[in-house]
Write a protein that binds this ligand. Structure first.
Ligand code: ADE
Ligand code: ZN
Length: 330
């Protein structure tokens, strides 16, 4: 068996960001929306840099207008995950895009997403959990609405709360209220930090938002004292190397700090972030890590163990997923 065939756990994937371009083009045609400007001549998403990526991402998301659209999206995305032999996935969902932050509308979208996830679990064995996320550049007030959506739907399926978006907007601490609400509701916390922001953004996230996981976090490597603190505190990084290389955080795979972070004792996991935007899959992430850093099967098994320990799910689910890792066909 090749390394890319191993069963995998993914903790950091944005549902809208995982939308296959052909799927979005199909929806745009059905809704008579002109999205031609966001695709290149081969039909892939086209963007110049991170900020343009966010613009294209939001344009693509604009044709996802109903719970039924999200039902179809969820099935399409999970089918891709299954093709990479992902057995457990946590998906970021933005209530801002699912009903504009309105709790009742969000509940309808979520029911459709969960229906698709339940079907895919029955049909293909993949387990999904949902992490509602606020969008940083929509600001702290909108984030409170998002936290309220998350709070109202916390349960077996909605297990975490997070934040994505433009890390240059404001400070992590501006979103403390939303994160406190989510924590009080029993949700587990993660936020994007140390992707476009430097080490101070990671420090802010841990101190002000009290998150247990960090989305990306890779720029912690610029402050080795912080790296040691992350290792000591057991903070888990949701590292997305293919995303970082595609968006230009690092020029090439061999510049990526994932191996250094791991060698210094930080708990790292591997995810795709927004796979079709970066021409990546979980298979290609594993493949590139093996090729660039010489990682072998035991390294990937260790990655899976770290990810499973850090998964935002209950222990019965964790045990069931552990069995899928032992016996890929279970
Ligand atoms: N939303 C989707 N992908 C993102 C990324 N890589 N950084 C911040 N926000 C995002
Ligand atoms: Zn992300």
């Amino acid at each position: 068996m090749s390394i890319t065939d191993l069963p995998k756990i993914e903790l950091h994937m944005h549902l809208e960001g995982a939308a296959p371009p052909a799927f979005i083009r199909g929806l745009a045609a059905e809704k008579k929306a002109d999205l031609s400007g966001i695709f290149d001549e081969r039909g892939a998403y086209k963007y110049k840099d991170f900020w343009d990526f966010l613009r294209v991402y939001e344009a693509a998301t604009s044709v996802l207008k109903t719970p039924q659209d999200y039902y179809r999206l969820t099935r399409a995305v999970l089918e891709e995950s299954v093709a990479s032999n992902v057995v457990y996935t946590e998906s970021f969902l933005a209530p801002d895009f699912c009903g504009g932050g309105d709790v009742a509308a969000w509940a309808d979208y979520l029911a459709a997403i969960k229906q698709a996830a339940d079907e895919m679990e029955r049909e293909a064995g993949i387990v999904m959990r949902a992490i509602p996320t606020c969008v940083r550049h929509f600001g702290p007030d909108q984030a409170k609405k998002t936290a309220q959506c998350a709070q109202e739907t916390v349960g077996d399926f909605v297990t975490g709360f997070g934040m994505g978006g433009d890390e240059a907007m404001g400070k992590q601490g501006d979103f403390k209220y939303a994160f406190d609400m989510a924590r009080e509701a029993g949700l587990r916390l993660t936020t994007h930090a140390g992707e476009w922001g430097g080490p101070e953004s990671v420090r802010d996230a841990i101190r002000d938002l009290k998150v247990e996981r960090i989305g990306h976090g890779v720029r912690a490597i610029e402050d080795l004292g912080l790296v040691d603190e992350l290792a000591e505190a057991g903070v888990v990084l949701e590292v997305c190397p293919g995303s970082n290389v595609a968006l230009g955080v690092y020029a090439k795979w061999s510049d990526h700090p994932i191996a250094k972070l791991r060698e210094r004792g930080v708990k790292v996991t591997v995810s795709t972030d927004d796979p079709p935007f970066f021409h990546s899959t979980m298979r290609s992430e594993f493949d590139n890590l093996a090729e660039t850093f010489g990682w072998e099967e035991a390294d990937f098994v260790a990655l899976n163990t770290t990810a499973l320990d850090a998964a935002f799910c209950d222990n019965a689910t964790r045990e069931a997923v552990a069995k899928k890792l032992e016996t890929p066909d279970a």
